[in-house]
Design a protein around this ligand. Structure first.
Ligand code: KG4
Ligand code: ZN
Length: 416
C-alpha cells in the first residue's frame, strides 16, 4: 500500500510517501520520498513558535514540498487534468482561508497525473490549530482532486508507532510484533503523558501533566538562561558539558554543584506530572545567583548556567522515570515506548535505558531512531497505514483540525 502523509502540526512542514506491507504482526516500510522543512530559523526571533507565521509558511511550502516528494518517489508525471467545475468549486471553498495556497494548488494539480497512491494521511491534531488546518485542508483538496481516500491521524499515535520502527536499510524500516500491554511516555513541546495500549491502536490515559509540558519547561528554562529556541537541545548540550568535564566541576568548586531543584510530585501516589513549579524554582535560583554573581566573571556565569541546566535535566529525568516506573507496576506493561521530541534528550534516554536494564529487565524499551524522534511525516504515514488497513477513512465534510485532539481518554477506545 502506498501512503502519502502530511504533517503541519507545529513548525515543521513535512510530506512523505511510504510503501507499507504487512500487519501489526510484522510490517515493512519503504520510504519512497520524504521532505521536511523546518521553520525554526523563522520562529527563533520570537523565542517560540508564532502560530500565524507557521500557518503562512505551511501554506507557502506545501505545494513545492509535495512536488519534490512526488518526484523523489518517481510518481510525478506531467499531464493536463480537467477537473469538473463542481470539484474545482469545492476545493476553492476548502482552501479559501489558506493564504495563496489555492493558486499554487491548482497550478500544480492541473498539470500532473493523479499519482498511484492508496491513501492520504494527515495530522488532524493535537498541535497549533491554525497550522493543523492548513495541512488538513490541503489533504482534503488533494483527496478530492485525485479521488484518494483520506485518513485523519493523531500526531501522538505517530510518535508511539515511530518508536516501534526499526531501521532495516538506508530507506527502509520494519516493525515487528510487540508484546502488549505497551506503555508510552510521550514527551513533547505540548504533551507529557503516560498512555497504555492494551490492544493494538486502543489507548487509555494513565497520567499526564497538570500544567506545563516537559518540552515547554525545557524551552522556558532555556530562555531564562539566554539560550535560543528550541531550548531542549541547548539545555542538553550545556548539561552534558558538565557531566563529561571533570575540569569544569573542580574549577567551580563548591556552591554551584550544590544547586538543588525540586522534583515536583515525585512521591505523590499518581502518575500525573507537574513542571510549572520546577520552572519557577529555576527562575528564583537564577535571580538569587545573579545577585550573588554580580561581581563575578562571565566565565563563572557560564559555568553557573551549565550547572543549573544539569540540575534541571536531572530533576526532569528523575520525575519522568519515577512516574513511569509507577505506571509500569500499575499496568503490568511488557513494552515501554519513549516518544515525542524530548525523547531525543541524551540524559533522559540514558536514564531510561539504565533503569530498565537494572530494574525491569523483562520489559522491552523502544526509543525512536534519531531521524524519527522529532516531528516528521514518516510517523504520520505509519499510523495512517494501520488505519487505512481498517478502512477508517475520514469524512471530508466533517473532518476538522483539532488542537486538543485526545489520543486517550480514560477507558475510552480511540478506535472508531
Ligand atoms: O515532538 P516535537 O518535535 O514537537 C511537538 O510535537 O511539540 O517536540 C518538540 C520539543 C521542544 O520543546 C524541544 O525543545 C524538545 O522537543 N526537544 C528536546 C530535545 N530535542 C528537542 N528537549 C530536550 N532535549 C533534547 N535533546
Ligand atoms: Zn510531536
Amino acid at each position: 500500500m502506498k501512503i502519502l502523509a502530511i504533517e503541519t502540526s507545529c513548525d515543521e512542514t513535512a510530506i512523505a510517501i511510504l510503501e507499507c506491507e504487512g500487519s501489526e504482526k510484522g510490517t515493512t516500510f519503504n520510504i519512497l520520498g520524504n521532505v521536511l522543512l523546518s521553520q525554526i530559523e523563522i520562529h527563533k526571533q520570537y523565542g517560540g513558535v508564532f502560530p500565524a507565521l507557521a500557518k503562512r509558511e505551511h501554506a507557502k511550502n506545501l505545494v513545492p514540498i509535495l512536488e519534490a516528494v512526488l518526484e523523489e518517489a518517481e510518481l510525478l508525471h506531467e499531464d493536463t487534468q480537467v477537473m469538473t467545475d463542481e470539484t474545482r468549486t469545492k476545493i476553492s471553498e476548502i482552501l479559501v482561508r489558506e493564504q495563496g495556497l489555492a493558486e499554487l494548488f491548482f497550478e500544480f494539480v492541473n498539470e500532473c497525473e493523479p499519482p498511484a497512491l492508496d491513501a492520504i494521511a494527515v495530522t488532524a491534531g493535537p498541535g497549533l490549530e491554525p497550522a493543523l488546518w492548513v495541512g488538513v485542508n490541503f489533504a482534503k483538496a488533494l483527496s478530492l482532486a485525485w479521488s484518494i481516500p483520506l485518513i485523519a491521524v493523531n500526531h501522538m499515535e505517530g510518535h508511539i508507532l515511530s518508536a516501534l520502527a526499526e531501521e532495516s536499510g538506508p530507506t527502509s524500516y520494519k516493525l515487528q510484533s510487540i508484546n502488549l500491554p505497551l506503555l508510552a511516555l510521550l514527551i513533547s513541546g505540548g504533551h507529557t503523558e503516560l498512555v497504555l495500549m492494551k490492544e493494538w491502536l486502543t489507548y487509555e490515559l494513565i497520567g499526564q501533566t497538570r500544567d506545563d509540558a516537559v518540552g515547554e519547561a525545557f524551552d522556558k528554562v532555556a530562555r531564562m538562561l539566554g539560550l535560543p529556541y528550541p531550548g531542549g537541545p541547548e539545555i542538553s548540550r550545556l548539561a552534558e558539558k558538565v557531566r563529561t568535564s571533570d575540569v569544569l566541576v573542580s574549577e567551580l568548586g563548591h556552591p554551584m554543584s550544590k544547586f538543588k531543584l525540586p522534583r515536583p510530585m515525585i512521591n505523590e501516589a499518581s502518575c500525573d506530572f507537574s513542571f510549572a513549579g520546577l520552572k519557577t524554582a529555576v527562575m528564583y535560583l537564577l535571580k538569587k545567583q545573579n545577585v550573588l554573581m554580580n561581581e563575578r566573571s562571565a566565565n563563572d556565569k557560564d559555568s553557573m548556567n551549565m550547572h543549573i541546566a544539569r540540575e534541571f535535566e536531572d530533576a526532569v529525568a528523575e520525575v519522568l522515570w519515577k512516574k513511569t516506573s509507577r505506571a509500569l507496576k500499575q499496568t503490568g506493561a511488557q513494552t515501554l515506548v519513549l516518544g515525542g521530541g524530548v525523547s531525543a534528550n541524551t540524559h533522559i534516554r540514558r536514564t531510561f535505558v539504565d533503569n530498565i536494564t537494572n530494574e525491569y529487565p523483562h520489559i522491552t524499551l523502544r526509543i525512536p531512531v534519531p531521524s524519527l524522534t522529532t516531528d516528521n511525516a514518516i510517523m504520520i504515514a505509519l499510523a495512517g497505514f494501520y488505519h487505512a488497513q481498517n478502512k477508517e477513512y475520514a469524512d471530508l465534510e466533517t473532518l476538522k483540525a483539532n488542537g486538543n485532539l485526545a489520543l486517550a481518554e480514560t477507558g475510552i477506545s480511540a478506535k472508531k
